[in-house]
Design a protein around this ligand. Sequence first.
Ligand code: CS2
Length: 502
Amino acid sequence: MACRLTDAALAGLPHDIARPAFDRARLRPGIVHLGIGAFHRAHQAMVNDLALAATGDARWGIVGISLRSPGTRDALQPQCGLYTVALRDADAAGAPRESLSVVGSVMRVLVAPEDPGAAVAQIAHPDTRIVSLTITEKGYCHDPASGRLRLDDPDIAHDLAHAGAPRTAVGLLVSGLARRRDSGAGPVTLLSCDNLPSNGDTLRALVLEFASASACGAQLCRWIETLCTFPNSMVDRIVPRTTDADRRHIATRLGVHDAWPVVAEPFLEWVIEDRFAAGRPAWDQPGGARFASDARPFEQMKLRMVNGPHSALACLGASAGLDTVGQAMQDAALRGYIDSLIRDEIIPTLPDVPGADLGAMRLRLLARFANPALPHRLQQIAMDGSQKLPQRLLATLRERILAGADYRRLALAVAAWLHYLRGHDEAGVTYTIHDPLAGELQALLARAGQGADADLRRAQALIAYRPVFGDLAGHRGLTDAVARHAYTLRQCGVRAAVREAI
Ligand code: CS2
C-alpha cells in the first residue's frame, strides 16, 4: 500500500475510524515520555487525546524518548507521529469486534542512544512540565527485593561517570533535572506509569540516590526535593506486542499504511495521585484517568490481582507448551487454578479500596484474560520474572505466611517460575529466558544439579536468592512447598500440579 498515515491522510479515512478531535497544528510539547512502547501509546497517549479534545489546551503534546532502538522514531516520523490503536474483544455471542482510532498526541520521538544530549535538553526545556515513564521494571536498574538503586550496574556506573551522555532512564532524568536547576527552567512532575509498588515513591528514591552519588550531590537533591513531585499511579490495560498480521489488517481497514499500530483490550484504568508540580492535562475525562489522594491501594490491588495471576499463568502455560493467555484460559484446570488463586489467596490480603468490588473485579479479570480477540503471548509476560515476582506474588505470599494462612497456590506460582527457568516446555521445546538476572539464576540452578532430591536443591537455591526473595530468602516452609510442587510439575506435568493445588 503506497500511501502512508499522515495528517493529510486523516480527512480521507473511512468514517468508522476515530481521529484526533483537536487542532494538531497548535500542539506544543509539554510532556516528555521515556519508553514510548506499545503500552504508553495505547494508554496514556490515548487518554491525553481525550483531554486535548475536551479542553483544547494545546500545551500538552508528547515528545517520546526511546531508550534503545530507533524503530518507533523511524516508523512514526513519516507519519507525523500519528498511529492507530485497535481495541479488540468479543461481543456477548463471542464474535470478535474491533474499533480503531488514530491517536494524535505524539509530536515526535527522540532516540536517546543516538543523541543523549537532545533527550536531556528536552527534559530540561522550560515548556516540559511532566516527564512520564513506561520503561518496564528492569529499566529502573534497582534491586527488585529492596528497591535500592544498583550502583554496581554497569550502565548506572557509566552514567555516574558520564553525566553528558547518560544511557539509563535514571541517568537521563538526573542530567535533565541538573540542567533545569542550572537554567532556572522551573518545577517538573516525574510520573512513573510502570507496574512497580509505589512507583512514584520508588522513582523518587532512585533519582535521589543517583543524584546524591553524582557530582552535583546534595544541592541537586535539595532542588529536586523542593521543586519536583513524583505521584504514584496505577495503570491497567492489556497491550500485546503488535504482529505483522495486525499491521496488514489495520492497513486494510484504514486504506493507508500505518507502520506502527498498537492493539489492546477496550478496558483501561489509570489512577493517579493529583500532585503535579507544574500543572497537568485534564486526563480525568470519561473513559480516562481518575485522580486520587493516594494511589497506593489501587496499585497494590492491581499488581496482586492482575499481574500476579498473569505471571503465574504465563509460567504454567508456557511450560505446558501453550502459546497465548487466551489458550491457557480455555484449559479448565489452569482457569480453575487462576480463579482459586485470586479468590482464596490474593483477595483475602487486600484491604477495602474505595469503589472497588473485588469479587466483580475477579470475574471481569477472568473475562479479560480469556479475550479471544486479543492473542497475548505467554512468553511476553513470562520474561523478566526476577523483576516482576517480588511485587506481583511474593508480597502477597509474605502476608499469607505472616498470617499463618494457606499459601499452596502462591507457592505453586513460584514453583512454576522455577519450572519455567528450565528453558524448555513439557514437550522438550526449548526457549530463551529473557531476564536481566538470567545468567545468575541459571548458574545457581545448574549448581543445584540433577538426580534424586534435585527438586529440593533447586527450590533451596532459588529461594535463597536475596535479590528476588529479600527477607523471605531461605524460608523453610516456602522452600518445602515449592520443592513439592516442583516435583509434581516435573513428574506429572502442569495440569496435574494445578489440580493438586486446588
Ligand atoms: C503483563 C502486563 O507483560 C506483563 O508482565 O502482566 O503487561 C499486563 O498486561 C498489564 O500490566 C495489564 O495492565
